[in-house]
Design a protein around this ligand. Sequence first.
Ligand SMILES: N[C@@H](CCC(=O)N[C@@H](CS)C(=O)NCC(=O)O)C(=O)O
Ligand SMILES: [Fe+2]
Length: 432
Amino acid sequence: MPITAISEKLSVSPQPSVEDIRSLRDRGFKTLINNRPDKEDALQPGTQAERQEAKHHDLSYAFIPVAASTITEADVRAFQRAVNESEGPVLAHCKTGTRSLNLYLIGEVLDGRMSADQVGEFGRSRGLDTSMTASWLKQHAARRPQVKGFFDKRTWSVQYVVSDPATGKCAIIDPVLDFDEKAGATATINADAILDYIRDNGLTVEWILDTHPHADHFSAVQYLKEKTGAPTAIGERVVDVQKLWKGIYNWPELATDGSQWDRLFAHRETFKVGSIDAEVLFSPGHTLASITYVIGDAAFVHDTLFMPDSGTARADFPDGDPRVLWRSIQEILALPDETRIFTGHDYQPDGRAPRWESTVADQKKSNPHLAGVSEEEFVALRTKRDQTLPMPKLILHALQVNISGGRLPEPEANGKRYLKFPLDALQGAAWE
Ligand SMILES: N[C@@H](CCC(=O)N[C@@H](CS)C(=O)NCC(=O)O)C(=O)O
Ligand SMILES: [Fe+2]
C-alpha cells in the first residue's frame, strides 16, 4: 500500500487491507482515519473491521465518511480535529487517498495557510487529484455572503449589510432609525453609517429587510427605501401583528394588509442576494410575525437566539409564546452545524464587548437555554425569566412606527408629528 506524506503529521493512502492496518503502528502511526462510507465496494473491510483492527494494534481510529460531491465544512472540521487530537502521525484513507487529501487541503485554504492557487501544484507534486478542492471552494464562495454588522449601543441592536462578493449586490437587515425619547428627537445616524459603508464598498442595495416589527427601536427601512429605491420586505404574518396593535392603539385608519412593504415573505419562500440563494423561515414566538433570513451559509435569526452566552429572546409580548419560540429555534438548529448565526441583539453580559456571530454548532453546544434543555424546561425557564423583565422602554413608541413599515406618523396641521400611547394596555409586565 503506497503511503504519501502530506504534512509533518498527516499521510494519506488508498484503502489499506486488514494486514496493512496491522503494520501501521510499526511504521510509526498513532491514528487511522477512514474517509470511506461503508459498502462502496465488496472488497473494503468496512469501518467495524477497521476500528477493531486499529484498537487491537493500539491505534486511535476516526470514521469520517464523505462522498466527493457532498463534503461539508463540518466534515473538514471533523477531519482537522481528528488530526489535531492524534498523539502522533496520522494515516487517512479513502478508496484512493484523494478524498482524504482534499479534506486536508480545503481546511488549509479555509484557515488561510494555503492559497487556492497553490492547491493544484501541491497535488501534482504528490501525484494526487485536487480538483475536488477547487470545485468545493468555488461552490463555497458562491454560498458565502460577506456580512458586516453595525451595533447600535443605544438599543443593543445589530443591523446588517449582507453582500455577494461576486456581484456587489447586497441586502440591509433590521436597520435602526435613531430616536431619543427624552427629547422626542429622531435621527438617521445608524442608517447613514450603513449608506456610507454601501457607498464606500461600491455595493448596490437589492433588498431592505426586517425580521419582525421591533418593539425596542424604530425601523429605518422606509428612510433607506427613500434613499436607495430598493424594495422593503417583512414576514407575511405582519398583517396579524397589525390587527393586534391596531386594536391596542385604537387606530381605525391603519391598513392591516401589509401594503406598507413591497413584499411579504411566506415560510420557505426564496429570493436572491446577487447570485446567492436566500430562503425565509417562519420563526414566531418572540412575535407572531418573526422570520429568519437564511442567505447562503448565514442565518439572520434576530430575536430567537442571542449569543451562546446570552440565551434566547423573550416571548412575553402580546403576540409572543415561549413554546412557539422553542419550535422556531429547533428549526434554526436543524440547519447545518457550520451555518453562521447572526443575532439581532447583544446585551453584553458582564459588560463584555458586543458580539453577534456564532454557529449552529456553538449554539447547540453552549447556549444555556438550549444545551441539554427539554421543551418543557425551556418553556418554564423562559416564562420565569420573562416575568422579571420590564417592557422595552420604547415598545409603545416603536410599534406604531414599525407596524406602519417604519413610517413616522403624518405631520398634523402645525407640521409636527405626534405619537399616541394607550394607558394600561400592557397589563402584567414587571416594573423597573
Ligand atoms: N432594556 C431593553 C430590553 C429590550 C428587550 O426586551 N429586548 C428583547 C428583544 S426586543 C429581548 O428579548 N430581551 C431579552 C432579555 O432581556 O433577556 C429595552 O428597554 O429596550
Ligand atoms: Fe425584538
